[in-house]
Design a protein around this ligand. Structure first.
Ligand SMILES: [Zn+2]
Length: 67
C-alpha cells in the first residue's frame, strides 16, 4: 500500500444514499438504508473533492481537481 488516500464514491440508485469509501475498506454489499443490491461505485482516485447534488432523483456529481 502506498498510503495514498484513495476514495471510492458509492451511490445507491434506489434511495440515493451515498458514501465515500477508503480504498481497501470493507465496502458495502447492499445499501444500508434500503437494502438495494445494486450500488454504483465511482472511483475518485485523482480527485481531491467532489460535490454531490440530488435533484429530482437525479444524482449530479461534480468532481473538482485541486491544484
Ligand atoms: Zn438505498
Amino acid at each position: 500500500m502506498s498510503g495514498e488516500e484513495y476514495r471510492d464514491l458509492v451511490i445507491c440508485n434506489s434511495c440515493l444514499w451515498a458514501a465515500s469509501l477508503l480504498r481497501g475498506s470493507h465496502g458495502f454489499q447492499t445499501c444500508p438504508i434500503c437494502a438495494n443490491l445494486v450500488l454504483d461505485t465511482i472511483p475518485v482516485s485523482d480527485y481531491e473533492a467532489y460535490t454531490l447534488e440530488i435533484r429530482n432523483k437525479n444524482v449530479e456529481i461534480e468532481f473538482k481537481k485541486e491544484k
